[in-house]
Design a binder for this molecule. Structure first.
Ligand code: F6R
Length: 261
């Protein structure tokens, strides 16, 4: 079962996850981080950047793999996930840009980009900790409903709902790309620790479906139930539809400190 941790807000959740990443890097200086984009993980990256500024740690060997990328955006587009990862993760954390990969959404090389990305993750020894957000459609990465639990990095078509949700980052909804290249659910499930964050009432249904719903490709988030080590960090609003919420809170309150997340 996923461990569900209810926090006050993104700031508290971000600090908790940043602490876990810091511990990982201390124990394994060449740790491999799985990086989500979007709004949800920003408090994690900000808390980690603050922690590294206050108490530096050698991050020169840390590697990173982004979950996904839009297809067909011009190189350097500010909303390409390559740009977002550079701006929100690589620069504030002081990572070596050469050690951080993002799937390649360039049209000309799209056919081979997925298998190449899989090879790179495997060559790095796999992802140690995978940061995840969840879409209102239940997507993890950009694995929209119907995605196979065995899927690997490949091109997908974004749903109209996801394109509408992400329109806030673009000048107009029509500018949101139709296609993306995303790690598959099978790729994500190979990471050693999944950390799924969700804040706000709009995510409550997707969170409940992921944590407690039937395991079904119609709710890609439910793939987390197949993984042995999952931490779900939610605020009260995102936790609102969880049937076993009392138990999760009681289990967290009574957990031994040494267990971490
Ligand atoms: C981003 C990603 C998506 C987002 C999800 C939630 O790399 O893969 O699954 O995590 O769309 O987005 P936000 O956090 O903006 O609500």
């Amino acid at each position: 079962m996923a461990e569900v941790i209810v926090v006050e807000d993104g700031t508290e959740g971000g600090a908790l996850v940043a602490g876990a990443i810091r511990d990982l890097i201390s124990a394994k200086p060449d740790a491999v981080l799985g990086l989500a984009t979007g709004s949800t993980p920003l408090p994690v990256y900000r808390a980690l950047a603050r922690s590294l500024a206050a108490d530096p740690l050698d991050v020169s060997r840390v590697r990173g793999f982004a979950l996904d990328e839009y297809v067909g955006l011009p190189a350097g587009h500010p909303e390409s996930y390559r740009s977002v990862i550079t701006r929100d993760v690589v620069e504030p954390l002081g990572l070596d840009p050469a050690h951080v990969a993002v799937p390649d959404g360039t049209l000309a090389t799209l056919e081979t980009a997925g298998p190449e990305y899989e090879r790179a993750i495997t060559a790095a020894g796999g992802v140690d900790i995978q940061i995840l957000g969840i879409g209102r459609t239940g997507h993890l990465g950009f694995n929209e409903p119907g995605s196979s639990f065995g899927s690997l990095t490949r091109v997908k078509t974004l749903t109209a709902k996801t394109r509408a949700d992400n329109a806030r980052f673009f000048d107009s909804p029509a500018d949101v790309p139709m296609h993306c290249i995303t790690q598959g659910l099978g790729t994500i499930l190979r990471a050693r620790h999944l950390v799924l964050l969700a804040f706000g009432a709009a995510k409550a249904h997707a969170v409940a479906a992921a944590v407690e719903g039937p395991i079904t490709a119609s709710q890609p988030g439910s793939a987390i139930q197949l993984h042995p080590h999952v931490s779900v960090i939610v605020d009260k609003a995102a936790a609102a539809e969880l049937a076993n919420l009392d138990y999760y809170m009681y289990a967290w309150a009574n957990k031994h400190d040494w267990q971490g997340i």
